[in-house]
Design a protein around this ligand. Structure first.
Ligand code: NAI
Length: 349
């Protein structure tokens, strides 16, 4: 069944913004192609209960720009894009809606590859893939890379250890109090690794069952969602939604190191300066959380098995480079990373 695709006028610097609607299935989605300067745009699809189109538009634009930075920094021969579906994934997600979204992705004819993000799973990608070959993160098949989340968690964990070396003089996490905010696909995999490394876990999620599992399984200390930033902790690992660090919360944060999977952790760019001034080491989100897009890039490029592992290892190399340049220049880590990406994009014309 055809769906309605509206081309919206994208803001300056954005290549394409598309609104897709399908009344029959209830699909309401936005797809943003931020940049194809380095290759076809790639980025996950988020399903979230946005209050209105404007909130969804603001989110997709910011997330898509972040994907351009992430794919450029990770040197994947891909551009940046993102999709958001308006709706509650627990209540509104149906096979018909997912298939309608697949048709919307297909209408972009390969300009945008979609994958999992918040509210979506590898099983959902399989349904979407019934309508388009531009859905990745699939289980099985010759090149299927599966759920990207474990690889995101792996990259974040290794960066967290590298950051601990700088913040505390040692990568050893034994006894370190680490707050994991969000126990979804990535947060749970990260918490498991942290537990294995001897960290003392503090956890928070809107889903009480996820918190209970972490408390029972790993002896994690549960924390109410609105009290996360006021807990005594060594390391903060945001793995839920973006914008968690504001000027105010950055002033209160007790951690010495911030390293997590969430996209767009800083509510505004100025927050990086607040953290720096307080001696808190902030590891830029799009540098440390590239493991998932690296995994799906291998699927997009139909690369061999060595592709993912070789590139996962380079995440910490790039992070160390950012930390080194930041220490040498006194600039924030985000300013340094953004500059590196701007240079890559400028060189690509
Ligand atoms: P998910 O949907 O599996 O998990 C998100 C979790 O955060 C859910 O359990 C949800 O209940 C919880 N949550 C939401 N708001 C919260 C709050 N205020 N306080 C505490 N918990 C809250 O999502 P996933 O895939 O684990 O992604 C987590 C973050 O990492 C997102 O920001 C996503 O964009 C980012 N990311 C994910 C990648 C992946 O491979 N899945 C790749 C790169 C970034």
């Amino acid at each position: 069944m055809p769906i309605t695709i509206h081309e919206e006028t994208p803001p300056p610097g954005v290549e394409r913004l598309v609104r897709a609607e399908d009344p029959a299935s209830g699909l309401r989605a936005l797809i943003c192609v931020h940049s194809t300067a380095l290759g076809p745009a790639a980025g996950g699809c988020r399903m979230w209960d946005y209050p209105d189109w404007n909130a969804a538009r603001a989110d997709v634009l910011r997330l898509a720009e972040g994907m351009t930075r992430k794919t450029a920094m990770a040197d994947l021969g891909l551009g940046g894009g993102k999709a958001v579906i308006l709706g509650n994934p627990h209540r509104d997600k149906t096979p018909a809606l997912l298939r309608a979204f697949g048709r919307a992705v297909d209408a972009l004819e390969g300009q945008y590859f979609t994958a999992e993000d918040v509210g979506m799973s590898a099983d959902d990608m399989a349904v979407i893939a019934q309508e388009t070959r531009f859905a990745v993160g699939l289980d099985g098949g010759a090149h299927g890379s599966g759920d990207p989340s474990p690889f995101t968690a792996e990259g974040v964990f290794e960066c967290l250890r590298a950051g601990a070396e700088v913040a505390f003089g040692s990568a050893d996490l034994t006894g370190r109090r680490v707050m994991v905010q969000g126990l979804g696909h990535v947060g749970t995999a990260l918490a498991a690794r942290l537990h294995g490394a001897g960290a003392q876990l503090l956890v928070s999620d809107l889903d009480a069952a996820a918190v209970e599992r972490a408390a029972n399984g790993w002896g994690a200390q549960p924390c109410a969602p609105d009290a996360v930033l006021d807990q005594p902790m060594d390391i903060f690992a945001p793995c839920a939604m973006g914008g968690v660090l504001t000027g105010d919360s950055a002033q209160r944060l007790g951690a010495r190191l911030v390293c997590g999977a969430a996209n767009n952790q800083l509510a505004t760019p100025e927050v990086a300066e607040v953290l720096r001034a307080r001696g808190i080491h902030y590891l830029p989100d799009y540098v440390v959380n590239a493991g998932g897009i690296i995994s799906v890039a291998g699927e997009i490029h139909r690369a061999g098995p060595g592709y993912r592992s070789a590139r996962l290892g380079r995440i910490t190399t790039r992070l160390r480079d950012v930390l080194h340049r930041s220490a040498a220049t006194g600039q924030t880590t985000t300013a340094v990373a953004d500059r590196m990406v701007d240079d890559i994009l400028a060189a690509a014309g």
